[in-house]
Structures are given as C-alpha cells and as structure tokens.
Design a protein around this ligand. Structure first.
Ligand code: SF4
Length: 348
C-alpha cells in the first residue's frame, strides 16, 4: 500500500487541482480524495483527471453519510438552494481525517480561497469548518495560506510557506495564471457539479426530505426521469430509453415496477416510503398515470393494461389513462418552506 505525505480534497474543480499540485510541487506526495454522493462527484472522470493533471486519486462514496447529515438538518444551514456547504466541507474533512493513518499521511489539503464564496469561504467560516471537522492542526489551504496563520506543517518545515499562495476573493485570474505556470492546459469549467445548488434538482429532492430513514439510493432515484407524487406516494417514470435502463438498475426489493402491456410507454417505479401504503386503489392510480404519459395509450380511447411486478408477484390492472400524480412543488414554494423545515427537529 503506497503512503502519502498528504490527502487532498479533490473535487475536479480548478482550485482543488491547483491546491494539490502546489503541494506536490514541493516534492511531497499527495493522494486526492474524490468524494461522490447522489448530489455531486464524477467518478467516471477520475482516469482523465489523473492523466491530465498528473495526480493520483481515490473515489470515496460518502452518499449515505451526506444524506444522514442533510436529513437531520445541517447545523450550519443551507445556502441559496438546498446546498449545506459548510456541513459538507466538515463532513468531507472528517472523512479525510479518518483516512490519514490508513495512507500514512500527515496532513490534509483543501482548495478553499479566502473570500471566494459568501457562505463557506469567509474567514470565520473557514475557522468553523477547521474546528468542527477536528482538523485544526492538520489542514493546509495552500491557495490562500499566506492570509492564514502558519500551520504546524509550515512551522515544522515540512511545507515551505514561501511557496504557498496568497489568493483572495472571487476573481479567477490568479488561478488561471497559476495554471498556466504549472502547465495545466485543460481548465475545468467554473461552477456546476453540485445538484443541491440547482433549483430543478432541489424540486426532485424536496418531497423526499419530508421522510425519515432516507437512503442514498433514494436520492439516486430522485435524479432520474419524471418525478411524480400523490401525497406520500412516490412514482418515477422514465422519459426515454436511457432513463428506463437507469431505473431498472436502481430498482430495489419492495419497489413496484410498472409497464404497459402490449403498448409502448414509459417504465415506472413506485417506491414505498415510510407511512405510505400502496393499496389497490393507489396502484391503479399509478398505473393510470403511467398510461397518461404513453401517447399510444392516451389515444387508444379504451382501457389499457398495465403490468405490475413487485419482485415476487406479477399482476395486471386495467385502467383509463389519467394523471393522478403531480409534479413536485415549485422552487418558490420550497424556498418559502425551507426555513420552517430547517427548524423542525426531525423528519416526520
Ligand atoms: S456546492 Fe455541494 S459539493 Fe460543494 S460544498 Fe456545497 S454542498 Fe458540498
């Protein structure tokens, strides 16, 4: 097992690349940790990043820990959408800290730049992140290190403070100049990458967040297809063949799979959640809704048959197409409900 001087939080964004490379340029070995969850992460890009940026990476799935944190109301609040950036950083740093001894590493690296983001990169917030994550003496922020007190790694001479950065604020020019000096030609696009910052994705997640005992796989399912709700009953319909393949791969025991019989139409998954009983009438409504989104069924002008497969039993129901399920609330409704949701002590 190779060992490293440091572990770096490596999102694939330019700051994380530069922070990692800045420490590597001092002759220190660094392993980049690429965290993934239903909300962020590009594990499929890791091989290209290793090749393009000359870094070594490991993919770390923190999906369930992230869902637990989000579901329990993030202690440091939410950003503009449903993004709990401060708690997210703390969670990642805690995970990275727990891996230090596994990789024989002595310190952690993150690519934050003082003053770059209003919520998570103010000086007081950077301190809170460092302290709450329990990495006070372990965390180096190479890009803005000269604006921060020296760390034990600098004081001991392991890291040369003179060769660290003094970046500050929202501008990207210093990063682009440093990338040029480092010979990095493939510059990743700015922003993006976290679905929790996107209003349309937030709409997918919001109904789920009203439940307890959520699993990461529930949010993977929320990322796919057409999301439809009837009270506490959740139905996901594929919009195309690719959605259908993903839906089938995400199916888990207890899910109902719905499909039109002898007519083309979307694949559907109904996932039972706590407190939502799928009785015969509700299954009929889900089947009618699935038929509503199948043009051939809608124009049939007669009842159509929908196959229901619960993993053990198969049955067929006859329905007239009708949209009995609704799309999630608008972002405006969610924004209004967000503050109250944060105050609730636990999901219902
Ligand atoms: S934008 Fe998403 S991934 Fe980035 S810190 Fe915030 S919650 Fe975490």
């Amino acid at each position: 097992m190779p060992t490293y001087h440091a572990l770096s939080l490596f999102s694939g964004g330019l700051d994380s690349i530069l922070a990692t490379r800045m420490v590597m340029a001092q002759g220190l070995s660094v392993l980049g940790l690429h965290f993934v969850s239903p909300f962020f992460g590009k594990p499929q890009a890791v091989a290209a990043w290793e090749r393009d940026y000359g870094v070594t990476l490991e993919v770390m799935d923190i999906g369930q820990a992230f869902v637990d944190m989000l579901s329990a109301r993030p202690a440091h609040g939410l950003g503009k959408t449903l993004n709990p950036c401060v708690d997210c950083k703390i969670l990642m740093l805690r995970h990275a800290r727990a891996l230090l001894s596994h990789y024989g590493a002595q310190f952690l690296i993150s690519g934050e730049v003082l003053g770059q983001r209003p919520m998570s990169q103010r000086e007081d917030t950077l301190n809170a992140i460092r302290n709450d994550a329990g990495v006070r003496d372990l965390l180096l922020r190479p890009l803005c290190a000269k604006h921060l007190p020296p760390t034990p790694m600098e004081e001991s001479g392991l890291v040369d403070r003179e060769r660290l950065g003094a970046m500050h604020g929202r501008g990207r020019k210093p990063q682009l100049e440093l990338a040029r000096v480092m010979g990095i030609s493939r510059i990743p696009a700015q922003g993006g990458g976290c679905r929790l910052t996107e209003k349309e994705s937030a709409r997918r997640y919001w109904p789920l967040l009203q439940f307890s005992a959520l699993r990461a796989e529930d949010f993977h399912l929320a990322n796919v297809g057409r999301q439809l709700w009837h009270g506490r009953h959740w139905l996901v319909l594929a919009r195309n063949e690719r959605d259908g393949q993903v839906l089938r791969s995400l199916r888990r025991p207890g899910d109902l799979m719905l499909q039109l019989d002898q007519l083309p139409g979307p694949t559907g998954i109904a996932r039972p959640l706590p407190g939502a009983v799928w009785d015969v009438a509700t299954v009929q409504q889900a089947a009618a809704t699935l038929a509503h989104f199948a043009p051939k069924a809608r124009t049939a002008d007669a009842p159509v048959r929908v196959r229901i497969d619960d993993g053990g039993n198969r049955s067929t129901v006859e329905v007239l197409p009708a949209c009995c399920f609704a799309e999630p609330p608008s972002w405006e409704c969610i924004r209004e409900a967000k503050a109250q949701w944060m105050q609730e002590s636990s999901p219902k």
